[in-house]
Design a protein around this ligand. Structure first.
Ligand code: NI
Length: 259
């Protein structure tokens, strides 16, 4: 049994056959899926999907791309939505200085504000950092995010970054890029990260692992990421599945409910 720690089931790419995609994941041994909202509308959708499926949980937040759209109503809305039982984290929040779809200072302010919100309601956070790992780590330290912890999603940094995340008490989530031929450095870094800090994710519909690269990604494909992780670690697939699932439950504080 595997857990897809990061999917975007609310995206229009799944409108055609969302229920079928979720069923296919469950049939292929995916125990739980965490679906992530990226703006208020998408967060509502994530919660709705989670409510309709026993094995789906929601993560809600304003993605750094959408930081510029935050207004005075956004935080009260997020706070109210976070009270839904199926919401397990605030995310994905952070900085994307690669695409820069929102101004840098706005991204930074919204990131800090959402860490404050997560602390106030006591939920872990899911962090997005693209071309911004050092800046994100600085903010996590300054805002004392260690108190709530969470997940560094779609990890792509060097070992120094991984080490800093772990020192802050965060888990590291590995996407399908681990299966790509050119991801030699990423695999070297992952080799050094202890398995008890690692989660696996699809980030679907994006980042489709081999052998389906180029097609729409979906939660069932998280097994290809886990298979490659097992190969990189030199461990049996079953052990990687068991430990990464246990880690995900710990990261999202599901221990008491489901273990
Ligand atoms: Ni994502």
């Amino acid at each position: 049994m595997l857990i897809d720690s990061h999917a975007h089931l609310g995206m229009p790419e799944f409108d055609r056959n969302r229920d079928e995609v979720i069923r296919r994941a469950i049939d292929s041994g995916i125990e739980l899926i965490f679906t992530v909202g990226t703006d208020i509308g998408d967060c509502r959708k994530a919660i709705e999907i989670a409510k309709g499926n026993e094995r789906v949980f929601a993560i809600i937040g304003i993605h750094p791309h959408n930081a510029k759209e935050v207004d005075e109503g956004t935080y009260p809305d997020l706070r109210a939505l976070s009270r839904e039982g199926k919401v397990k984290a605030i995310g994905e929040i952070g900085l994307d200085l690669f695409r820069n779809l929102s101004p840098r200072d706005v991204q930074m302010a919204r990131f800090r504000q959402q860490i404050h919100l997560a602390k106030e309601i006591d939920l872990p956070i899911v962090v997005h950092a693209r071309d911004a790992q050092k800046e994100v780590l600085t903010i996590l330290r300054e805002e004392e995010a260690r108190e709530i912890g969470g997940v560094f999603h779609c990890f792509s940094g060097g070992y120094d970054i991984a080490k800093s995340c772990m020192d802050l008490g965060f888990f590291i989530s590995i996407p399908g890029t681990i299966t790509y031929k050119n991801s030699v450095e990423l695999r070297e870094v992952i080799k050094k990260i202890p398995l008890d800090r690692i989660l696996v994710e699809t980030d679907c519909p994006f980042l489709t692992p081999m052998p389906f690269r180029g097609k729409r990604n979906e939660p069932a494909y998280v097994k290809f990421t886990a298979l490659k992780l097992a190969e990189v670690k030199g461990l049996p697939f079953e052990e990687v599945a068991r430990i990464t699932s246990k880690n995900a439950k710990k990261a999202f504080r599901l221990d008491e409910e489901l273990i």
